[in-house]
Write a protein that binds this ligand. Sequence first.
Ligand code: UD1
Length: 417
Amino acid sequence: MDKLLITGGRPLAGEVRVSGAKNAALPIMCAALLTEQSLRLDNVPRLMDVRTMGKILALMGVEVGAQDNGHLELRAREIKDPTAGYELVKTMRASVMVLGPLLARCGRAKVSLPGGCGIGARPVDQHIKGLQAMGAEIVLEHGYMNASAKKLKGARIVMDVVTVTGTENLLLAATLAEGVTLLENAAREPEVVDLANCLKAMGAKIEGAGTQTIHIEGVRTLSGAAHRVMPDRIETGTFLAAVAAAGGKVKLTGAAPDSLASTVEKLKEAGVKITAGGDWLEAEMTGRPRSVSLTTAPYPGFATDMQAQLMAMNCVAKGKAEITETIFENRFMHALELQRLGADIQIHGNTAMVTGVDKLQGATVMATDLRASASLVVAGLVAQGETLIDRIYHLDRGYESLEKKLSGLGVRIARIK
Ligand code: UD1
């Protein structure tokens, strides 16, 4: 299993290009299931999760082209087998988003329940409830969701919790349902908007994506389209957090600054100088950051996917920070690993009290989930000596060429096979 070796203590300097957003690319790939025609995507990140989604679609009979320089073409001329099996679904929860489009296109689907996950329970009850409201019958048997519907019907669906992939699954399904669907208490994440934009390019009638109520008027068929996946706001934020912790000056290009206002605000509070233009951001930091407290919330609140990286920054900040996680109940696994680097963190329920220390020391640590791994990288950049991060397959799921990008910024980093 690959490991990353980071020798910390050097500020970051240079320019780096942000990749396309994983969390936008995955639901958009599922949109290919809704049409017989080709979906031509650009800015698709080269990531394990994208490959996993490609495999899941290919097993159903979707023609999945070779990924070349961000370009990926998908064509679901015919869906031979509307099934997503446990072996792949268990490795990536986002695969559950094939359920809605398969039901809409084929009238049936068999999708494995995703099961447990490192950061909490993560049920899919809202996905199921929404599809049932649209007339689907869903039976849970042998670990699978067996779903069928002669024709999905538009419905008013009020989601009990704000769920990103839940909103996306139902949005995908509603595009081909008969009549109007109203998704209320919908997730407002920019990735939902990006998916809606792709679906609109395919001929879907959608209004209100990015607000709490999405109005979808079902159409009979959708066509092929070309779509460019939005920039990854979490990758962008991770680089910004790295500059905040380790210091230096970095320009991020190919970014979407408007999509990460809450992160930028917190980092400015920490003392980072951030300037931004249409598609770039520049961050400059000298000296130690100031501690910043935060509470995660659905968009436009502070993203749970940035919590771990800001915790890492707070570990070396001046002062005390209170970090409250409200989205996932078990998302402080990184705190224990950060403690191995010398961090002072106390956990009480869903709140972590972080008292900044002058210095972290390199150690061997273990990545437990995607963003936890990113926080260990951020900490490793500023720790004295060598930090060896084990189980970095988590990082490969969600960060394109991370070590190449960081070494381009002057970081001493190596992948150990
Ligand atoms: C998505 C993101 C993930 C991010 C998360 C929260 C993708 C592929 N993944 O995950 O990176 O951390 O949003 O921003 O986009 N819930 C239920 N019932 C459901 C669905 C969710 O109770 O049917 C709960 C979850 O347990 C959690 C909360 O709702 O407490 C939010 O989860 P959700 O937004 O669904 O996360 P994901 O879409 O899985």
